[in-house]
Design a protein around this ligand. Sequence first.
Ligand SMILES: *Cc1c(COP(=O)(O)O)cnc(C)c1O
Length: 357
Amino acid sequence: MKRINVTKTFLPPIEEYEHYLRRIWETGQLTNQGPLLQEFEEKTKDYLGVGNFHFVTNGTLALQLALQALDITEGEVITTPFSYVATVSAILWQRCKPVFVDIDSDSLCIDVQKIEAAITSKTKAIMPVHVFGRPCDVEAIELLAKKHGLKVIYDSAHAFGVEYNGKSIMSYGDISVCSFHATKLFHTIEGGSLITEDKVVSDKIELLKRFGHNGDDHRMLGINAKASEFQAAMGLCNLEYVDTIIDERKRLSTLYSESLGSALFRPQLREHATYNYAYYPVVFDSEDKLLDVAKRLNANNIFPRRYFYPSLNTLPYLDDDYDCPVSEDIAVRVLCLPLYSGLEDSVVHKICEVIKQ
Ligand SMILES: *Cc1c(COP(=O)(O)O)cnc(C)c1O
C-alpha cells in the first residue's frame, strides 16, 4: 500500500500552470508586484469579499508584518498555546513577549473567559488562532480589545474560505493573516496574506512588505516579503479549484464522522459559522491510546500527524513558565487524520476500522 500522509498537496492540471508560465515568459517579470500577483490579489480579495488584501511570501512573515504594521515591537502579546509554532515565533521575532492564555476545551481556540486576567499595563495585542479553521469567539475578543485599547491580529492560517455571520472570518480583527503553504487547504506553494479593513494600515503594509520605500523615497524600516509571479500563478490556478477541494474534504469528513460515530471527541464549530474542512482532528481518551492507534496506522503505511503537539507554552526557549492545563492535556491526545482531495474512501474506512478496534 502506498504511503498516506496527513495531507497531500493539490496540484492543478499542469497545462493550466503552463498557461501562466507562458505569460511570465512573455512579460519577463518574475517578481516585484507583477501582473499575475496583481490579478491574484484582486481575484482572492473578491473571492473572500474583504477590503484590502496583501499577498506575501509566507504566513510567518505575514504575522511579523502584522505586528510591525500595528507598531507592536515591544511589550506583551496574548496568544494561544494550541497552534503551530509560527504563531509564537512571529511574536518572539518581533522582540515581544508571548503571554499564553489557555484554550477552551470545546473549540480548542483561546478561552475568552481567561483573557482579561492576563492583561497587564504592557499588553499591546491579542493574537488568537482560528484553530483547525474553527472561528474564535470574535465578538468577546473585540469587546475586550476595545475596553483595554488592544490590537487584535488573527492567525487565520487554517481559515481560508470560512465565513462567520455571513462574512469572511478574515474580515475580523485589525489584521487577519492567512498561510498559503503547500500543506494548507488552499496554497500558492509558499505564501501568505494580510487582510485589513483599515486603509491606513493597508498602505503601511504595502510599504513594509517591500523594504519600506517607494522609489527613492525611504519612509520606514521594511523587509522583503514579496511573493513571486510563480507563486501568484499557482494561486490563480488553485483558486479555480478551491470550492471543489472544500466540497471533497467535506464529503470525506462526513465519511469519517459517520464511521466513527460518537467514539471520539471532535472540536466544536461555533454557531453562525461555515466550515472549510481544513483538518480532521480527533481527541483520544489518553495519550497511550493515541500512540497505540498511531502505531497501528503507521504499520498500514498511514501517517496521521500530532497537530498541535507540544503545547507551545512548554517550548524550551521561552523565558517564563506558563500553566495551560487544558492545552497541555489536549495536545498529548489530539491526532489529525489524513484529509485531502484525492484521498480514497477505502483508506478512510481502514483508518476508522483501526481506531474502532
Ligand atoms: C502554517 C501556519 C503558519 C505559518 O504559515 P507559513 O506560511 O508556513 O509560514 C502560522 N500559523 C499557523 C496556525 C499555521 O498553521
